[in-house]
Design a binder for this molecule. Sequence first.
Ligand SMILES: *Cc1c(COP(=O)(O)O)cnc(C)c1O
Length: 355
Amino acid sequence: MNDDRQRVIEYVRPTIRRMEGYQSGEQPQGGKFVKLNTNENPYDPSEKVLEAIRVATGGGLKKYPDATAATFRSVAARHWNVAPDWILCGNGSDEILTILMRSFVGAGGAVRWPTPTYVLYPVLTQLQDGRADPVPFSPDWSLPEAFFRPCDGLRMVVVANPNSPSGTLVARDQIARLCESLPCPVVIDEAYADFARTSCIDLIRDYPNLIVTRTMSKSFALAGLRFGYVVARPELIEQMNKVRDSYNCDSLSIAGATAALDDANWLAQTIDKILATRTRLQSSLADLGFEITPSSANFVWCSHVSGNRAIYEKLRQHQILVRYMSYEGWGDGIRITVGTDDQADALITVLKQIL
Ligand SMILES: *Cc1c(COP(=O)(O)O)cnc(C)c1O
């Protein structure tokens, strides 16, 4: 029995055996938690999304979906003022990041990101047998000079903008300078950019190495649908197309994502509500003695002298889930998703009891 176990484990590539794998945030499937731990949008998606999915279901699921998600790409192309061949769709932007890594990073290739940031980047780099090149953010969460310096074997740079967990934004002129300074793809992960009402997609015309990823999971309230996309020069999209699975987006997600991107009013109204709650949440947390990093996203990164892990655990006992993050050599903090006003009030009420 033990011999079998040993033998089958050795079928697996050493790289995979050594890896820890990505730890996603807790996703309790029951309804009793106030869930502020994985930056979902607390509002229902646009009615038009549900209607489009109903229609797509009626059309029958027996046929394969459009392998290129052409309907979505034509809406997105109009939205961003590019041609459809500048866009490639994926099963969430996590899959897009996988496609980018597989396209650009081979064994020994270096991938750079500023730290602390999204913990998926190191995992994807490991899968490629690539080399991690993490560079700490400056204390004010800007990119330090070292980040702009080319190095041997650098194959890709990735910056979440706004960043997670900090919620901070790197200025557009710094992204432009990064593209000029580095001779490799510069991937800007704009998972939260709608909350900052900004994007650097328009810079792609000037900087051919710029690549921007977007997701429908956060601002469009469609985390369960799994749909993301990337905007880049068509020469790059053409190559990435060889790397992805042929039917990586299903008929329902293509229909839903297309309707969502088309409903600009829904997005504008939802962002307004979330930003108003964020302002309230930040000031309530400050009143309770939290040290807060001013956020450009739909979450707040904060820290309290009485101990972040203890606060996380006590909140959990009160059915409130937030994300506790600890980074080696850096420190820890609590990342709180901006939910509805009611959710923020529930959080603040419990914090007043436990602090
Ligand atoms: C949530 C998130 C994503 C991925 O979202 P998908 O649900 O896979 O589209 C990508 N990058 C960052 C920084 C995120 O926080």
